[in-house]
Design a protein around this ligand. Structure first.
Ligand code: NAP
Ligand code: MG
Length: 493
């Protein structure tokens, strides 16, 4: 076996066959020139009279324009949501609410191909991921929470769960439709109405979702979508008509929001950044671990809050593991997000690309050793070669700060105690991974790792039944599972 592997790795690069292009049809999505705000079940022109473009990060071409919602627009959306809450939605029989959610779930499934292409065009992620991960999981969230809508008393026995009212929700650009689903599905299942702000660079699937709400005949005003930039988000946070705020994004903005809401009667959940450790012990199945490491950090270009961005390798297997990992890196195909063979797509925005470049430069300056496979990048668009750093000290910025790009920092450890200490040496606490054959070691590690999610012998696996969320600078509150209902309910006891 070892011999076969050796022979394969010594083959000249020219022997490897090229993949023929396998582009997904782009014309399955009819992109309009302009999208207004979605308020009260209708498309509304912004009072600001301002619009801004969304571009394709893979080509830099403008795709369409969306409205920039200002303070008045946000106030109108919140009032509309309040009205819909008080005049119907909160009184509706829970089993009827469930029917709407089931309908939305089925429509997401029916329109999954269109949504997948839209997601990849607008955000740059590979179609393979939007098709196989983002969109199916978005539908799964609606199915899952539809099931809870008429069983809330069973989720919280001996308590009386009631909806909060108007839920304001702000989401980032890395999983646009999935984050929308994580937010909207539990909020509606619990009987709330919603005002959601999509991220500036990725509003397209939210605009298609508005159409899905119409198709599902969701009562007007139950879901409202206000597109815009950070200022729109800030207006939503400041609006005094909201009862709940759910935010997913950076720790920096999360802190601003907490300050703004201090002393106000608004229930808050924050899903923020991370710098997760992916810990590989010497008894792990190395080839599987390599796949898990790659999936952990290069999935979605590393634009993943729970990405396994710090690899901790037990010293005794450092060399063979790194050799396998580097070889695997050289097989990753970077390029056109709409090509079904693409593994790593475009970086979501120019600003994000600059942030990644700056942190990678700091890694080189601080003394880490950089490895990047040979890789032809398209001429236009925002791209970054999958990168790994060795010789990384724990104090380096690339070991401390969230890069949110396809960049892995490799560190080593000798004993399980050292692994725990290094893994927990971060202000964040969102996720972690453990690779070992020993079940007892998995449990030992899981007890000690200060992270909301610990994956064992897998990574970046998501499931609507499983709660997700962080500790410390990664935020608080859980999304997913029965736990994900609680932030949208009050209990009059
Ligand atoms: P971000 O700048 O914090 O933006 C997140 C959202 O907040 C966007 O919709 C953004 O609008 C809006 N926003 C910006 N400034 C605001 C303000 N002052 N008040 C209210 N809203 C404001 O984060 P990002 O750079 O887009 O996203 C990446 C970050 O999200 C990473 O740190 C990542 O770890 C985190 N994230 C966490 C999770 C999780 O579940 N824990 C999941 C995904 C991402 P614009 O887009 O218009 O600027
Ligand atoms: Mg875009």
């Amino acid at each position: 076996m070892a011999q076969v592997e050796k022979r394969v790795s010594n083959l000249p690069a020219t022997f490897e066959w090229e993949y023929a292009p396998a582009p997904e049809a782009r014309d399955i999505v009819q992109i309009r020139e302009q999208y207004g705000l979605f308020i009260g079940g209708e498309e509304v022109e912004p009072r600001t009279k301002e619009w801004f473009p969304s571009i394709s990060p893979a080509t830099e071409e403008p795709l369409f324009e969306v409205a920039l919602a200002g303070e008045e627009d946000v106030a109108l959306a919140v009032d509309t949501a309040r009205n819909a809450f008080e005049n119907g939605w909160s009184e509706l029989a829970p089993s009827e609410r469930a029917k709407y959610l089931f309908r939305v779930a089925r429509l997401i499934q029916e329109r999954s191909r269109e949504l997948a292409v839209a997601e990849s065009l607008d955000g740059g992620k590979p179609i393979r991921e939007s098709r196989d991960v983002d969109i199916p999981l978005a539908a799964a969230h609606f199915f899952y929470y539809a099931g809870w809508a008429d069983k809330l008393e069973y989720a919280f026995p001996n308590r009386t769960p009631r909806p909060l009212g108007v839920a304001a929700q702000i989401i980032p650009w890395n999983f646009p439709l999935l984050m929308l689903s994580w937010k909207i599905a539990p909020a509606l299942a619990c009987g709330n109405t919603v005002v959601l702000k999509p991220a500036e660079t990725t509003p397209l699937t939210a605009m298609i979702f508005a159409d899905i709400c119409r198709q599902a005949e969701l009562p007007p005003g139950v879901v409202n979508l206000v597109t815009g930039d950070g200022t729109t988000g800030a207006h939503l946070v400041r609006n005094d008509g909201i009862d709940k705020l759910a935010f997913t994004g950076s720790t920096e903005v999360g802190k601003l929001i907490m300050r703004e809401l201090a002393g106000r009667n608004v229930k808050l959940t924050l899903e923020l950044g991370g710098k997760a450790a992916n810990v590989v012990f010497d008894d792990a199945a190395l080839d599987q671990a390599v796949e898990g490491i790659v999936n952990g950090i290069y999935f979605n270009q590393g634009h993943v809050c729970c990405a396994g961005s710090r690899l901790l390798v037990q010293e005794s297997i450092y060399e063979p593991l790194l050799e396998k990992l580097k070889r695997r890196l050289s097989t990753l195909r970077v390029g056109d997000p709409l090509d079904k063979n693409t593994d790593v797509g475009a970086i979501n925005s120019k600003a994000q690309l600059e942030k990644i470049r700056e942190l990678v430069a700091s890694g080189e300056e601080e003394g880490a050793e950089i490895y990047q496979p040979k890789c032809d990048l398209p001429e236009r668009g925002y791209w970054f070669v999958p990168t790994l750093f060795t010789n990384v000290a724990q104090s380096y910025r690339i070991a401390q700060e969230e890069i949110f790009g396809p960049v892995l920092s490799v560190l080593t450890f000798r004993t399980p105690d050292e692994a725990v200490e290094k893994a927990n040496n971060t202000p964040y606490g969102l996720s972690a991974g453990v690779w070992t054959e020993k079940g007892s070691r998995i449990l030992w590690m899981a007890q000690r790792l200060r992270a909301g999610v610990v994956w064992a012998n897998t990574y970046n696996r998501f499931d609507p039944t499983s709660p997700f969320g962080g500790y410390r600078e990664s935020g608080f509150g859980r999304e997913g599972g029965r736990h994900g209902l609680e932030p949208y309910l009050r209990f009059d006891e």
